[in-house]
Design a protein around this ligand. Structure first.
Ligand code: MN
Length: 288
């Protein structure tokens, strides 16, 4: 049975926020999984334990996802920056362990959003990234944490743009706790065929992000839901399917995601909650 989740930022305009309210919201909407971000680094040990217990009481599994900022880029040519990124992610693993979070995905193999005013040296970035991710994977393994390398479209980063590049990258990293994360929002731009990309990734698929082409909640657009769900069944995918809707402007989230108009039909908080609950129902008819 595939577990369905959502990223907290559907309701939030900043990456680092108090995640406790979203546990209640995710539970009410009918989710199995709540994905959060780096804000857990600001929590004390007792707060991390409280977060763990609140999720457990709500019957939710917590996962984490983020794009590392440029000053902590583990693919950087600057060794100080690279080390800073590795130290940052290792501190995150400690906090994740205390909150019982066992999956970390996103652009953790480089930085995000990519600054394309700078020249791109893909082979050099790839080599440094692999070296760093190997070190990170060995550290994460002691907590039973799996790292998910998110494949994103060319406008957001250049290293892993399609399933083929990501599978080769993960093979070259060569650690059992490093997997590929596909996201249909990005696949829609870069892949020839959604189902084939999923089947190509196969056993290397560790996490799956979903959303409509404009990042509205699933069910409001034209994503090939049946095709993707069938491909996940074809590879006997046992992981999570986590939606990542971004519909409101404003804050660091709106700016990084480039939400320049209200995509929620000016929904208030109650309508946002109703929309996402409806989306969960829709997905249960597709992903099983
Ligand atoms: Mn994503």
């Amino acid at each position: 049975m595939i577990k369905i989740g959502t990223y907290f930022a559907y309701w939030a305009q900043e990456w680092k926020v108090d995640y406790f309210p979203y546990i209640e919201k995710a539970k009410k909407a009918g989710f199995d999984v709540l994905e959060i971000s780096s804000g857990i680094l600001d929590l004390r040990d007792d707060e991390l334990t409280a977060l763990k217990n609140a999720a457990k009481d709500a019957g939710l599994t917590l996962t984490a996802c983020l794009g590392v900022t440029r000053d902590m880029d583990v693919s950087s040519a600057d060794e100080v920056t690279r080390r800073k990124g590795i130290d940052y992610l290792k501190r995150l693993f400690i906090a994740m362990d205390k909150a019982d979070i066992r999956k970390l995905g996103g652009i953790i193999y480089a930085y995000w959003p990519c600054d394309y005013s700078q020249p791109v040296d893909k082979p050099a970035v790839r080599a440094r990234s692999i070296k760093s991710v190997q070190e990170l994977a060995d550290d994460a393994a002691q907590y039973g944490i799996e790292l998910e390398m998110e494949v994103v479209n060319r406008f957001e980063h250049f290293l892993l743009n399609d399933a083929k590049e990501a599978v080769q990258y993960v093979k070259d990293v060569g650690r059992p706790n490093v997997k590929v994360m596909l996201d249909c929002f990005h696949m829609n731009i870069e892949e020839d065929n959604m189902g084939d990309a999923i089947r190509y990734t196969g056993e290397y698929l560790g996490h799956f992000h979903i959303g409509e082409t404009n990042r509205k909640v699933p069910g409001k657009g034209r994503m090939p839901w049946d095709e993707m769900a069938q491909a996940l069944r074809d590879i006997n995918y046992q992981g999570y399917v986590v939606m990542e809707p971004f519909v409101k402007m404003g804050g660091g989230v709106g700016s990084d995601i480039k939400v320049w108009r209200d995509l929620s039909d000016n929904a208030d908080e109650a309508q946002l909650d109703a929309d996402i609950a409806e989306s969960v129902k829709f997905l249960r008819t597709k992903f099983y």
